[in-house]
Design a protein around this ligand. Structure first.
Ligand code: HEM
Length: 570
């Protein structure tokens, strides 16, 4: 008989572990698990889920099983909540129990050395990091940040206007639909949006800005880090994530560990480098009201000027590595998500000319032609706000949300939720629920008008939320107010001053607008569903708008200097 291969041994270990988990699970509760698709003995439902694009299948199961269903992915229990009511009841109403994460071993323990906020368990370290982030990007801070967003959006609409009808030959026509959104060429208009969306968290966190539209290696690396991190965190990528015994193997038998360690050093090149730059700025007397500078000053004043290593110093202050990752988390969590929402907004507008026209009419009537819209106009632009809300509902950037963890055994609607289960608030199914959102695949901003104010996406009341794109409970997005402000100011100004249209298809003469409903053709796979590269032609809406945008951009250069920030290099 042939000797067992390494794979056979792994499978054997996994099988034994499965049986063991199964026995424990059966004995731990008298209640049934929620209904769900039939499972294979060892793999559970693993083979039925496409890890790169799970949400269409999860929606089909939601339609079949109702507001809660159960899966087993390898050894992992997974409970999926598919209606706003169920997700609110469990993830928000019982957030003391459901605020943990099931962290993937390779991406969290090795790649991030356990320091990445997004995957931290619901424990002291997370609370300390989260409190610090709220001070920098929470609702109160978001009001202060608006001045910077106002300025950056003036640069962004100038860039888009000047981009004009430029079509990137490399990305247009056939290849446009193949390109990964993580490899956006510098000449493409996606890059202009990314500059804006990255500059905002860059300023909030480090007091720096992205002032060029080409040659931004630091900005490009942010997107590379996000792409790599989400790839490594993808369920099913590493056997060591599901078979803990493998983690005991030495490095020479564990190429995944060697790769993750080297990627950790690479990430620290960005996050650690930015921390070092801020420390140096502080030493040379730079004091600014930004996350890292404020934190380092507070830490030094408490006697922890130098705090190398991981975790907490004195149980209160983040040490350097945790601090570098927490700062980096603001950057990586804020950049790609906001850019994606903006790219999705333009796509939604192109596909819905009626909504675009109504939004423009509202802006014109409320603001007039003599000035561009400002934050103060928001109350008078309910339809524009509704278009943004509907964009986030129709295709939320983090399309499946970020899974939570059940930290205790629990019961919901008579079903058992096992301790340690991954609990997913299935954003996509919630947003496609025809009871809550009649005709859910239709882009209908008017569904958000009237009734109670729906601007607040947070809070426990399912009736008061326009959408769930920012997640649930205590793990709710840490930068929602900053994100909403970025979206509002850039979208309102774009609608006011810049005409945008899809280029005509040379074969048919008709505008080439990617089909919003074509998941495979139009959207990238992965944790963040980004529109695949598509071309847009931009032009000033009128000579007056052009003059105002140009003058505003020119005046801005002195304002950057006054703030001690670099001018725009064009
Ligand atoms: C349109 C833009 C954005 C969207 C759609 C979005 C969405 C999300 C979602 C779905 C989560 C997970 C929530 C959960 O676990 O239930 C999250 C977490 C987070 N977001 Fe955002 N986000 C956006 C922008 C931002 C910005 C601009 C920042 C910071 C400046 C930010 C910072 C964070 C942080 C720090 C977390 C981690 C929370 C934790 O695990 O405790 N996000 N976001």
């Amino acid at each position: 008989m042939a000797l067992l291969s390494i794979t056979d041994v792994f499978l054997l270990i996994a099988a034994i572990a499965c049986v063991w988990v199964g026995i424990r699970r059966r004995s731990s509760s008298a209640l049934k698990l929620p209904p769900g698709p039939p499972r294979l003995p060892l793999l559970g439902n693993l083979l039925q889920v496409d890890p790169a694009r799970p949400y269409p299948q999860f929606l089909r199961w939601a339609q079949q099983y109702g507001d809660v269903f159960y899966l087993r992915l390898g050894l992992q229990d997974v409970v999926v909540l598919n209606t706003a009511q169920a997700a609110d009841d469990v993830l928000t109403g019982r957030s003391k129990v459901y605020s943990g994460r099931v962290a993937p071993h390779v991406a969290h323990e090795i790649l991030s050395e356990g320091q990445r906020v997004l995957f931290m368990p619901y424990a002291r370290e997370w609370k300390i990091a989260r409190r610090a982030m709220s001070a920098a990007a929470g609702p109160a801070a978001a009001k202060r940040i608006r001045e910077f967003q106002d300025m950056e959006s003036r640069t962004a609409i100038y860039d888009l206007m000047c981009h004009g009808a430029k079509i990137d030959k490399e990305t247009s026509v056939a290849s446009a639909h193949d390109s990964s959104a993580h490899e956006v060429p510098e000449g493409h208009w996606f890059h202009l949006i990314r500059r804006f969306s990255t500059s905002v968290p860059m300023y909030v966190t480090y007091g720096k800005r992205v002032n060029r539209i080409v040659d931004n290696p630091q900005m490009d690396k942010v997107y590379d880090v996000v792409a790599n991190f989400t790839r490594m965190a993808q369920p099913g990528n590493y056997l060591a994530d599901v078979v803990p015994l493998l983690r005991k193997l030495p490095d020479w038998m564990s190429p995944w560990r060697v790769e993750a360690k080297s990627r950790h050093e690479w990430e620290m090149g960005l996050f650690g480098g930015l921390l070092d730059e801020e420390k140096a700025a502080l030493r040379s007397g730079t004091v600014r009201d930004t996350f890292l500078n404020t934190y380092l000053r507070g830490r030094a004043a408490s006697g922890h000027a130098e705090a190398p290593g991981r975790g907490l110093a004195g149980d209160v202050w983040m040490r350097d590595k945790m601090l570098a990752y927490t700062a980096g988390s603001l950057l990586e969590a804020g950049a790609d998500t906001t850019a994606t929402a903006l790219l999705t907004f333009v796509l939604a507008m192109l596909g819905n000319p009626g909504a675009l026209q109504r939004a423009r009419e509202e802006v014109d009537a409320a603001v007039g032609a003599e000035r561009m819209p400002a934050f103060e106009d928001e109350e008078r632009l309910p339809y524009v706000v509704a278009c943004i809300q509907e964009t986030l509902r129709c295709h939320p950037p983090v399309i499946m949300g970020v899974p939570h963890r059940a930290d205790e055994d629990d019961e919901y609607k008579g079903y058992h939720i096992p301790k340690g289960a991954t609990v997913i608030g299935n954003l996509w199914a919630i947003h496609m629920d025809p009871v809550r959102y009649p005709d859910p695949t239709k882009f209908m901003p008017e569904r958000h008008l009237g009734g109670p104010p729906l601007r607040r996406a947070g809070g426990p009341d399912p009736e008061g939320r326009a959408h769930y794109a920012f997640g649930f409970g205590r793990r709710f997005c840490g930068g929602k107010d900053v994100a909403e402000a970025s979206l509002f100011i850039l979208c309102a100004r774009l609608l006011w001053g810049v005409d945008f249209r899809a280029p005509a298809d040379p074969a048919t003469g008709k505008p080439r607008v990617p089909d919003f409903a074509d998941e495979d053709g139009t959207w990238t796979t992965g944790f963040i569903a980004v529109p695949k590269l598509y071309d847009v032609e931009f032009a000033p809406r009128s000579e007056k708008c052009e003059a105002i945008i140009r003058r505003s951009f020119e005046e801005l250069q002195d304002e950057w200097k006054d703030m001690g920030l670099p001018e725009d290099e064009r």
